[in-house]
Design a protein around this ligand. Structure first.
Ligand SMILES: [Zn+2]
Length: 183
């Protein structure tokens, strides 16, 4: 089947009506918000996704649905040893399209599915990126860290961030000098 559906400007209604399937992949560097969550390594690794359109008829009215799944492999920083760790990431979600923002707001509390505003040039790849961001592991870590974890291992970014903030106990000591005791 000829594939006329583009990832950056998807004609939602036509896609759903055709019951079409689009498989896509793009390197991670095309997903700048997602890349920012990584160590910066692996920018050429592919993000894969599959989008399936579906038209349902509910109460005589057509509904446009999109079933989307995607996966990739991200280089993140292990929160235990601070070394890079490859974290697989995947998501799967279905969306129903509504006419406009007002319809989405009105229905949002009443239905379980996720609602999106229909479009003739829907940015599918942005949605893939949004879903990847939502599926990010909260605390990336190795199953088994490749190195022992000495307390002195330090991430320069972490240290820089720390240096900008006064240590909470130092601030406390400053506020209450009379109560500071030498140990
Ligand atoms: Zn680790």
């Amino acid at each position: 089947m000829k594939n006329d559906f583009a990832a950056d400007n998807l004609d939602v209604q036509a896609f759903a009506q055709a019951g079409a399937t689009v498989q896509g992949e793009a390197p991670l560097r095309k997903f700048p918000r997602l890349l920012e969550e990584t160590t910066g390594e692996g920018a050429d690794r592919p993000v894969h996704w599959t989008a399936v359109g579906e038209q349902r008829t509910v109460g005589g009215a057509p509904q446009a649905w999109l079933h989307l799944e995607g996966h990739t492999l991200l280089s993140m920083t292990c929160q235990r040893c601070l070394e890079p760790v490859d974290m697989p990431l995947s998501f799967e979600r279905s969306f129903r399209f509504v006419a406009d923002e007002a319809a989405a707001e009105a229905e949002d509390d009443l239905v379980e599915e996720d609602l999106l505003v229909t479009s003739r040039d829907f940015p599918l790849r942005e949605l893939v990126e949004d879903e990847c961001l939502m599926a990010l592991p909260v605390v990336p870590h190795h199953e088994v860290c490749p190195i022992d974890v000495p307390l002195s291992v330090a991430d320069p970014d972490f240290e820089a961030a720390n240096a900008e903030k006064p240590h909470p106990f130092a601030a406390l000591a400053h506020m209450r000098p009379g109560e500071k005791k030498s140990l």
